[in-house]
Write a protein that binds this ligand. Structure first.
Ligand code: SAH
Length: 214
């Protein structure tokens, strides 16, 4: 067993600058082990991504926290989560916002995330859809905040088009191995971008992301 929930909150999050009390409270409360395959549950609070099947991973806790904090959610927002995976990140966003639409391209993972969210009783304000999130989810747009948990060669124009003014998007942009986590803010008709940190995510595979075999 590597790490406890208390160690995750203290060592991995607080010590590294996660200070939003709502983010810390949500991650203290949500049982991360419920989103991890049974045989890897000992790694639920490890300081690393963990395999969830289909070549995908549940994002490192610090990265989930950093992304959630960057969105500065206060509770009333309509949020898009791209790359549902296990559903954990969606659950954290669901605790911080009013409604979450989460999109996953692999049908089995979308189903797994729905089951994880239902079993933990965290599905009340979260809708998981299956499809290409690089195109956003036009039927539920626009969004106050967009969180992308897969790496893209550039910021998909469709996602920018579905971001409200004011609105904030976090997205890892770069090549397949190394990316920068961008925080894109739209306010009064202007869009500004800052680099939060360097990072490594699995690829965003889709029309406005990477092609499958690249
Ligand atoms: N946020 C997740 C982990 C994300 S891993 C969690 O908390 O568990 C990134 C996920 O993005 C993977 O499940 C991958 O299948 C998915 N993905 C990749 N490209 C995508 C696309 N174009 N649309 C939707 N999901 C995508």
């Amino acid at each position: 067993m590597s790490g406890s929930i208390e160690e995750m909150i203290g060592q991995q999050l607080r010590k590294r600058g996660i200070h939003d009390p709502r983010v810390l409270e949500a991650m203290q409360r949500i049982p991360r082990e419920e989103f991890i395959p049974r045989e890897l549950r000992g790694d639920a609070y490890a300081d690393a991504p963990v395999a969830i099947g289909f070549g995908q991973t549940i994002t490192q806790p610090y990265m989930t926290a950093l992304m959630a904090q960057a969105l500065e959610l206060t509770g009333g927002e309509h949020v898009l989560d791209v790359g549902t995976g296990s559903g954990y990140h969606a659950a954290v966003l669901g605790a911080l916002a009013k409604t979450v639409i989460s999109i996953e391209r692999i049908p089995e993972l979308a189903e797994l995330a729905r089951a994880n969210l239902k079993r933990t009783g965290l599905d009340r304000n979260i809708t998981v859809v299956c499809g290409d999130g690089s195109l956003g989810v036009p039927a539920h747009a626009p969004f106050d905040a967009i969180s992308v948990a897969a790496a893209s060669p550039l910021t998909p124009p469709a996602l920018l088009a579905q971001l409200k003014d004011p609105g904030t998007m976090v997205i890892p942009v770069g090549n397949r191995l190394d990316q920068e986590l961008l925080v894109i803010r739209r306010h009064s008709g202007k869009t500004t971008t800052r680099v939060s940190t360097s990072c490594r995510f699995v690829p965003l595979v889709g029309r406005e992301g990477w092609q499958e075999q690249e």
